[in-house]
Design a protein around this ligand. Structure first.
Ligand SMILES: Nc1ncnc2c1ncn2[C@@H]1O[C@H](COP(=O)(O)OP(=O)(O)O)[C@@H](O)[C@H]1O
Ligand SMILES: [Mg+2]
Length: 304
């Protein structure tokens, strides 16, 4: 299995995100290719993390299968042979797509990140600590950092073209997508998170918060798109290390974050691009963490 910084496939490219390369397949499908790029503190590293792209794609595929009958979704196939069967132009590129590509229904994407938080962490904790609110709505007082939130809180954000996503109120979300769509997206978000959080907890992983995207397909149906409940779109914590009242170590990126923090403290990095080079030990530890997250969530080793 070769590691990949960027893909170059004989299909029309329609976008390149921090982690994924997106290609059009005809006018009604997209091929999402998840590279092995990794970002931390909003900076994309120069190195790749072997197996990371395949972990993200196959974990999303696992969740789409679990969600069958719960919500409609965009996945057509994440199997290289099936994808080549459907898209013959890829037949000489099996190694580039194996494990990491997903053929999907193309949608018009709603410009909203549907964030749901089951635990109080990150930017939500920062806001709460300052004003006892989340997305400007009052929360109970006396909550500690990383506390469980019951019920989970739906806190949408706008999809920013550049820079940071901005948290918005549900009232603002209604203005952007309309009352009916806002209601549907929140309900779908809650249903998906409830299923995921429960399953993951039984496997020893807390999905503290996560983010979903939705789009409208050609038939006008609202469907779940993008990646689903991966370490890149979620905060994963180990159940057995959970201690409310403090920040929790990240299940997947902690070796990388610890290294970058040490580089910063040593004055070797100012926090902006370009990032410092990563030692092989950090790359290796991070790759192992992603594979372990996959094994825990799905209950099986990643088959490649
Ligand atoms: N089914 C789909 N139809 C159209 N666009 C999609 C679909 N699934 C995902 N996308 C888009 O593909 C992109 C995925 O690339 P990614 O690297 O995750 O970008 P980002 O850096 O914005 O997170 C996102 O912009 C997402 O909205
Ligand atoms: Mg993304």
């Amino acid at each position: 299995m070769t590691t990949m910084l960027a893909s170059d496939l004989p299909l029309p490219g329609i976008g390149r995100g921090k982690v994924r390369d997106i290609y059009a397949v005809g006018d009604d499908r997209v091929l999402l290719v998840t590279t092995d790029r990794i970002s931390a503190f909003d900076v994309v590293m120069a190195e790749t993390i072997p197996m990371k792209g395949a972990v993200l794609t196959q974990m999303s595929a696992f969740w789409f299968n679990e969600l069958e009958g719960v919500v409609p979704h965009h996945m057509i196939s994440a199997d290289a042979d099936e994808i080549i069967g459907a898209v013959p132009a890829l037949k000489n590129h099996r190694a580039d797509i194996r494990g990491r590509a997903m053929l999907c229904r193309r949608t018009t994407v709603f410009p909203i990140e549907c964030v749901i938080r089951g635990y109080l962490s990150g930017s939500a904790w920062k806001e709460y600590a300052a004003t006892a609110t989340l997305a400007r709505e009052k929360l109970p007082t006396g909550l500690v950092e990383s506390a469980k939130l019951e019920p989970a809180i739906f806190s949408p954000a706008t999809k920013a073209e550049t820079g940071h996503d901005e948290n918005i109120t549900i009232a603002r979300m209604r203005e952007v997508v309309g009352d009916e769509v806002a209601y549907t997206l929140e309900n779908m978000t809650r249903a998906i998170y409830t299923l995921g959080e429960t399953l993951a907890r039984d496997q020893g992983i807390i999905i503290a918060d996560t983010k979903f995207e939705f789009g409208r397909d050609r038939d006008g149906r609202i469907i779940l798109i993008d990646e689903v409940m991966t370490p890149d779109s979620s905060r994963f914590w180990a159940v057995d290390a959970y201690k409310p009242g403090q920040p929790q170590p990240s299940f997947d990126k902690q070796p990388l974050r610890d290294h970058l923090d040490a580089e910063r403290r040593a004055g070797r990095w100012n926090g902006d691009a370009p990032p410092p080079p990563l030692p092989a030990s950090v790359v290796d530890a991070t790759s192992k963490r992603y594979l372990e997250a996959f094994r825990r969530i799905t209950g099986a080793d990643l088959k490649m």
